[in-house]
Structures are given as C-alpha cells and as structure tokens.
Design a protein around this ligand. Structure first.
Ligand code: ZN
Length: 456
C-alpha cells in the first residue's frame, strides 16, 4: 500500500510501526453546531480507509477526538445563554448520530478534550521543563524558535511566516508565531486549576495529549482535513516531538476541502446543507458515493447535481443488488463469472493500494455491476456474494432493516398491485407505484417480477 504523505510530499510504501496493526488518529470536529456535508468528507474517507485496512487483515485502532472547549463554543454558548460544555456535548452527540446514519463506524475511542485535562497539563509541564514553552501572565506559549523543524509539514520557513504574520500582536508572546498551549481563564469561561493558575487548554495541545495517551509517542497515520495542515498539525508535530524526541506520526494524510458553489450556497445557506437535511432528500449512500467518486486529496466542488448523480448510482447499484438477490441460486458459478470477480477484486485492491484511489476503485466496481446486472442462478449468487464482500469496504449496499414488518407490508402491497395489473387496472397500479415513490420506495417491474428498494 502506498500513501501520499503530506510531510515528505510523496507517495510512500505504508509500513506500520507494529506489524499487522495500524494506529490512526483523525482530528474530529469542534462541536458548536450541527454537522454539514463538508464534515462528512473526511469522516467517510477515513471510515473507508479503516474498513480497507481491516479488509486486508490489519487490526486498526482509530482514535477520533471531539473538541469540546474552544473560543467558538464559548462565544456561541454565550450568545445563547447556555453552558458551553453542555452545548458542545449536545452537538457532539448529534454529530455522532449523523455519522451513524452515514454508516461511518464509530472510532474505537472518541476522546473529549475536557476529559483529558490532566494529560494535557502533564504535557504542557514537560514542554515548560524542557525549555520549549514559557509561562506568560497565566498563559503558556510554545516557543516556535526552539523547535528547529517548525514548518516541516506545511513546507514553510519560520522567517517567512514571521515576515508575513498577521497574528494578533500580543505582548505576552515572545515571537508572533508562538502559540498558546494553555490559556488563562477569563471571567465566566470554563476553566480548570493548573500550575499556571485557572485556565483551559489551547486547541492544538489536546490532540497531541490524547493521541499519545491512546497510541503512544508514535502513531502510524495522522489524518484530517487539508485546512488543518497549518497551523493545527504543524503545531501538533512541534509540541509532540519536542516533548518526546520521537517521530510523532509516520504518515500524514489530508483530505481536500469541500467547496460550495458560492452563489447557490449563499441562497440556501444554513440548513439546506446540513447532513440531516440532505438526508431527508437523499439516501446516506449517495453522500458516500459522491465522495468515494472523487480523489480524497483533491478539493471537492459540491453541487446538488453531483448528489443527484450519486443518487442515480445508488439506485442502479441497489436495483442490481435486488435483482441478483431474486435470481440467485446456490451452486457453482461459471468460470467466466469467477474470472471476472477475481479480476475486479484485484483491480479494486490495486486502486485502493495506490494512495487510496477510491474513484478508480469505483470505476471497476461499476464495471462489474454492468457485467453482473443480468446474471441469474449460481452466477447471480457469486456476483451477489462478491458485492457483499466489497461492501465491507464501501458500505453502499442497502442495509438490512432490523424490523421485518415494513418489508412484509411492502411485499403485501406489491402483491395487491400485481393483482390489479393482472386485472388491467393500470391506473390504480400506477397510483400505488407513484405513492410509494413519494415515500422513498421505488418499484421496478423486471422479468423476474416486481422488485423494490428504498431511495432514501
Ligand atoms: Zn487535532
């Protein structure tokens, strides 16, 4: 497997620290509002990457944090007259629910900053003791000049950064690029006791403290959105490596940002592109496919058309899936089908092992789908099994409902509709089809009888 590493700027063979294991840390959201579809992209990419590693037989430990104390949270809570941490925890819960619906499997550990204050203080203490950080009026800053590799991830030189710095001038800082590890409490803000007085952690330090708590000083893959490269990840490297003297992350993976067509976005800004609103109109799998169909490192230009197209693909995949399910019989598949499956599997794996090229993998998947669409009997069964196998990685096939009642009712309605068709009462049969479509249940009349699937 080759991974493009932001730090070295090249694709490198992936070699984990411990054979057969992958330790991943992915920066999660600062929760002060509902998640929008931009948040879904890194979540879906790293979910798929984790699934792929597992498919390839690795044990994966994924840590993904929630930032639950931060200026944005404090400001919003103040506007609303709410408790900042309670508010952050409410939105964290809602974020996780949205991700559940998107079939993003929950990380092994989802640490919150406010639950790791002790570890954070310990790390800041170490940095002060080693001379990398200094206290100033109740704040503690990291001294970027002391860390000679500062800028290595974002490929910037410290002198240039200082020259171009528009960082707010603070008399508390020795260098304008120094960043806060600990902030002295202001009245009314959440705060904790520390050796430097009451205060709260800066944003960057939490990820270093929490990743080291769960994964040790060196982790395999550190991921996040491309907007985190600077300053967040640059600062994480500086403070972590200054504290431990060890390589912090062996590979840095960054997911391109989602851009919205500005005009259209501003017209419908706010609720329309919240994940929960999008999911009223589109199946979660459409959002997955939309992002799977792009290269993770490239910026993504969002448009509703892309989402429409992805929905059409979902319908195509599901209709093939259901039609195969109807036609499948146990037994030995033909050589031709077995060969096609093997070929496709190999191509998908090759694509994913080349810096996780999901777009290329999807091409091979869809090519297989076209091939499989009209198979029946043992061949249909083999194709179906292969699609299910691939779904360990993609998670785009329909999910089995935990309750059978709905399915049974729909089957009953279909039976009635077929009787109506036999009696040539097409008007009523069509009405049933259209009304079900309005409810998000699509009926297709095929040579194997009527099949149905959910479109949202
Ligand atoms: Zn982070």
């Amino acid at each position: 497997m080759k991974i493009y590493d932001t730090l070295t700027g090249e694709k490198r063979e992936f070699v984990p620290l411990h054979e057969g294991r992958v330790g991943m840390y992915v920066c999660g959201p600062t929760t002060y509002d509902y998640a929008h579809i931009g948040h879904a992209r890194p979540a879906i990419v790293f979910d798929m990457l984790r699934r792929f590693f597992e498919y390839r037989g690795y044990d994966v430990v994924l840590i993904s944090n929630i930032t639950d104390v931060d200026d944005k949270i404090i400001n919003k809570a103040r506007e609303r007259g709410e408790d900042p941490i309670e508010m952050a925890h409410y939105y964290a819960q809602e974020y996780l629910r949205d991700m559940d619906v998107l079939r993003v499997r929950r990380a092994n550990i989802i640490p919150k900053a406010t639950r790791h204050i002790e570890e954070i203080i310990e790390l800041v203490k170490t940095l002060v003791e080693k001379g990398y950080a200094y206290e100033s009026d109740g704040d503690v800053y990291f001294s970027v000049e002391k860390f000679k590799d500062y800028g290595k991830l974002s490929h910037r030189k410290l002198e240039d950064m200082i020259a171009g710095a528009r960082v707010e001038v603070s008399e508390k800082k020795r260098n304008p690029m120094d960043f806060a590890l600990w902030k002295a409490a202001k009245p009314g803000e959440p705060s904790w006791p520390s050796p430097w007085g009451q205060g709260r952690p800066g944003w960057h330090i939490e990820c270093s403290a929490m990743s080291m708590t769960y994964l040790g000083p060196t982790l395999d893959i550190h991921g996040g959105g491309a907007d985190l490269i600077f300053p967040h990840h640059e600062n994480e490297i500086a403070q972590s490596e200054a504290a431990t003297g060890k390589v912090f992350a062996r590979y840095w993976m960054h997911v391109g940002l989602v851009r919205f067509e500005e005009e259209k976005m501003s017209k419908s800004i706010g609720n329309v592109f919240l994940i929960r609103d999008v999911l009223k109109k589109y199946p979660p799998e459409a959002l997955r496919i939309m992002y799977i169909n792009s290269h993770y490192r490239k910026p993504y230009e969002f448009s509703e058309k892309n989402l429409e197209d992805a929905k059409t693909l979902v319908e195509k995949i599901w209709s093939t899936f259901y039609s195969l399910q109807k036609a499948a019989e146990d037994g030995e598949a033909s050589e031709e089908v077995k060969k096609k499956i093997e070929e496709t599997r190999e191509r998908i794996i090759l694509a994913l092992e080349d810096d996780f090229n999901t777009r290329e993998a999807m091409k091979h998947y869809l090519d297989f789908l076209n091939f499989a669409r009209n198979l029946d009997g043992e061949d249909a069964k083999a194709a179906l099994d292969f699609l299910k196998e691939m779904d360990e990685i993609f998670a785009i096939l329909p999910q089995e409902s935990s309750l059978g009642i709905e399915e049974n009712l729909i089957e009953l309605i279909l039976e009635v509709r077929n009787l109506l068709r036999k009696e040539k009462n097409y008007a009523l049969a069509d009405k049933i089809r259209d009304e079900l479509a309005n409810l998000g249940i699509k009926i297709e009349d095929t040579k194997n009888g009527s099949l149905w699937y959910r479109t949202r």
